[in-house]
Design a protein around this ligand. Structure first.
Ligand code: CAA
Length: 246
């Protein structure tokens, strides 16, 4: 059987690249979609993935048309996408009283609309083929809220609702839809938090440290396995105990 095709958005980012590696090591053919603008990072990513079945594809997940083109070009060259990981995400942190409309809409467009733009154009094919795995990368801050992140928390909480609703729509067709909610993971995104703020957050994590991108990647590999078909509509927190709930 030919290997399943996985599309990872934000694929060259901190979490995305670890997810690409894990899925390729699990035998998937991986397409990492990300903005084309970051040429140095693309070169470094290609070097990191050397020897693995991972390919880069430029795409802006914030554009419905670009997502359609991306899916059509993957289907034409490699085959239809079986596994979608919506990991593209940005922060534009500011308290609400200082947040401008652009900071609001950029975060909603990439972090929430991006999942719609791809799922909307992919889910029907997955259902027809009788197999699909969708994982939306949310955040602990979509569960708890965070000071300075009304935009990000709204988008990430929105992803939970999106995940649960879509899981119901596709459950009978072999397509699972789940979310993973990372806590504070050591990536360029968390390194950009002001140092004193970051140190305060790390102190409050029960495990006593930030997570590693691999902690998220191994969870995604678990949820996207061929035999994970009975897990759907779930959210898996991977946060070092930062938010413990049931
Ligand atoms: N909690 C409580 N009070 C805070 C605060 C916080 N985290 N940050 C600032 N304040 C207080 C200040 O002490 C100050 O109080 P006074 O007015 O009484 O002096 C007031 O709020 C300052 O308000 P400002 O609007 O001026 O805030 P600021 O510009 O100083 O800081 C901020 C705003 C940069 C957004 C800062 O709050 C911050 O960095 N917050 C954390 C954001 C964060 O965790 N981002 C995570 C990014 S990574 C990620 O998101 C990945 C993931 O999924 C987990």
């Amino acid at each position: 059987m030919s290997s399943r095709i996985a599309l990872v958005t934000g694929g060259i980012g901190g979490l995305g690249s670890a997810i690409c590696r894990s899925l390729a090591q699990a035998g998937r053919k991986v397409v990492a979609a990300d903005l084309a603008a970051r040429s140095e990072r693309i070169d470094a990513f290609r070097a990191e993935m050397d020897g693995l079945d991972v390919h880069f594809a430029p795409a802006d997940v914030g554009s419905f048309e670009a997502c359609g083109e991306l899916l059509r070009s993957i289907e034409a060259t490699q085959g239809p996408v079986d596994i979608l990981v919506n990991a593209a995400g940005i922060t534009r942190d500011a308290t609400l009283r200082k947040m401008d409309p652009q900071q609001w809409s950029d975060v909603l467009r990439i972090n929430l609309d991006g999942a719609f733009n791809l799922c909307r154009q992919l889910v029907e094919g997955m259902c027809e083929r009788g197999f699909g795995r969708i994982v939306n990368i949310s955040s602990v801050n979509g569960q708890t809220g965070q000071f300075g992140q009304t935009n990000y928390a709204a988008a990430k909480a929105g992803l939970h609702g999106f995940t649960m609703a879509l899981a119901r729509e596709t459950a009978r067709k072999g397509v699972t839809v789940n979310s993973v909610s990372p806590g504070y993971i050591d990536t360029p995104m968390t390194r950009a938090i002001r140092e004193d703020v970051r140190e305060g957050i790390v102190t409050s994590i029960p495990v006593g440290r930030m997570g590693h991108p691999h902690d998220i990647a191994r969870t995604v590999a678990f949820l996207t396995a061929d035999d994970a078909g009975y897990i759907t509509g779930a959210n898996i927190p991977v946060n070092g105990g930062l938010f413990i709930s049931f």
